[in-house]
Design a protein around this ligand. Structure first.
Ligand code: AMO
Length: 436
């Protein structure tokens, strides 16, 4: 027999002054209890928000009063009552309790304060992640993430991209060997994919425009606030475009995401105290050489060809506070698949999308000529034989193509104004964290 499930008439956020005198039923978690003797306030939380339930003991049957004595925070409860306008309550309204049932009891005391009144550092928060996420401010980030992902998919479909899924278990590195996770694979070994790079390039010969959103893995030795071992990459690859074409797609995607987040997540933005606006197009574009000159002017010189370190990025970020592109990096600083410029092969058709000092995405035009790709593999000290399957595809008709990879979590840090990437990942993984 099917068991009867508790049913709510309204979500907490739907309890509004318009419902004055209506009878409602709610289900949720007990967020907070305030007991003033004769009167008890229960803040009831569900996915939509928090609503005040007021129990005046003198008006209640003994049996219900007894149940109320026993209520603890984070218990799951079913509540029935009548809505009353109450200017003193947080939503201008309260539910005057008539009935309460405990559907599931939480242990007490709980190891962590969900309300956030007891401040906790990021490690304590992550150790108790599920309780931490029950705090509406902390889970607001992930409701925004939900909108970001839906908006990205919507944008890609509108622009004729097809969603693909490439392997996470792979035989060769694409983004440099150092950060590879090795896994035992039956009697041999394999690696966890660092990006969908080679597969997405191959797939443009079938679908012309592809995108993928998925987890990728990097064995990052350095413990920073912007690197983790498992991150989500939003990747595209498009035939018949060069770096300029895909940069335009990227900036339009960012604008589309801002627009959707503003439209759909007003409550979450308010909770996080964020005044999000739609960035202006086009984003400013600077070359690597422009940036080198800026650094020189600030007294922090960098040798041509070197990658920007954190201290360089911090200086650039002080002047460029929002979204901007850096283009034409030295070829030797970029992966083997990036196209060198025809008129100066020392420079590549590459770019990074930045927000202040944070790198959000990188991409570029790819090499579409097999001979040149083989030459670049050798120059980078890679084993050409290991790439045989990939190289063959270049004999089957490989168009000019370009693409990029955008770190979802880095973008979320920008949208939610968080300074540690771990805050925008449900269960982050880094060198020092494999649980929960
Ligand atoms: P890249 O290695 O620059 O390029 O990665 C692209 C974007 O992914 C994010 N990212 C990370 N986020 C969190 N933790 C990490 N350890 C981490 N590593 C990368 C960043 C970064 O900008 N195949 C190319 C992309 C392309 O050319 O299409 C690539 O992987 O936001």
């Amino acid at each position: 027999m099917r068991r009867s499930l508790p049913r709510r008439s309204h979500y907490a956020s739907e309890v509004k002054p318009e419902l004055d005198n209506s009878h409602v039923s709610l289900i949720g978690w007990v967020h907070e209890i305030r007991d003033l003797g004769g009167i008890k306030f229960i803040l009831l939380r569900d996915v939509s928000g928090i609503c005040q339930v007021t129990a005046r003991k003198e008006n209640l049957p003994v049996e219900i009063s007894r149940k109320l004595e026993d209520i603890g925070v984070e218990d799951v409860v079913y509540v029935e009552g009548v809505v009353k306008n109450q200017p003193k309550a947080r939503l201008g309204v309260e539910v005057v309790l008539e009935k309460i049932d405990v559907l599931s009891r939480a242990s007490r005391p709980l190891p962590y304060d969900v309300t956030g009144k007891v401040p906790a550092g990021i490690d304590t928060r992550l150790d108790h992640r599920i309780l931490d996420l029950r705090n509406p401010e902390n889970n607001a980030v992930f409701k925004i993430a939900d909108t970001v992902l839906a908006a990205a998919r919507e944008f890609f479909r509108m622009n004729n991209f097809i969603e693909v899924r490439t392997p996470r278990i792979i035989a060769t590195a694409t983004e440099g060997g150092a950060a590879l996770f090795e896994v035992k694979y039956f009697d041999g070994k394999a690696y966890l994919a660092q990006s969908p790079q080679l597969y997405k390039e191959e797939l443009v010969t079938v679908f012309e425009r592809v995108f993928e959103i998925g987890p990728f893995f990097r064995a990052e030795e350095s413990h920073t606030r912007r690197h983790v071992s498992e991150f989500t990459s939003i990747d595209i690859e498009a035939a018949f475009l060069d770096l300029y074409g895909v940069m335009e797609i990227l900036e339009r995607l960012i604008v589309h995401i801002h627009r959707r987040v503003i439209e759909e997540r007003r409550r979450e933005l308010e909770l996080l105290n964020i005044d999000l606006s739609i960035p202006e197009l086009p984003f400013p574009r600077y070359t690597y050489d422009d940036m080198l000159r800026e650094l020189e002017d600030s007294g922090l010189e960098l040798e041509w060809g070197e990658d920007f370190g954190t201290e360089h990025l911090r200086i650039l970020g002080e002047k460029h506070k929002e979204y901007y592109f850096i283009t034409h990096f030295p070829t030797k600083s970029k992966p083997f698949y990036i196209q060198p410029c025809e008129d100066n092969p020392e420079i590549s058709e590459s770019f990074d999308l930045m927000y202040s000092w944070l790198e959000l995405a990188s991409g570029g035009t790819r090499i579409s000529d097999r001979k040149l790709l083989e030459k670049r593999l050798i120059e980078q000290g890679l084993n050409v034989k290991a790439f045989e399957h990939h190289l063959k595809v270049y004999d089957y008709g490989m168009p000019i193509h370009a693409g990029w990879g955008l770190g979802l979590e880095r973008l979320l840090m920008v949208l939610t104004n968080k300074s540690n990437i771990r805050e925008v990942i449900l269960f982050p993984r880094d060198k020092f964290r494999l649980t929960p």
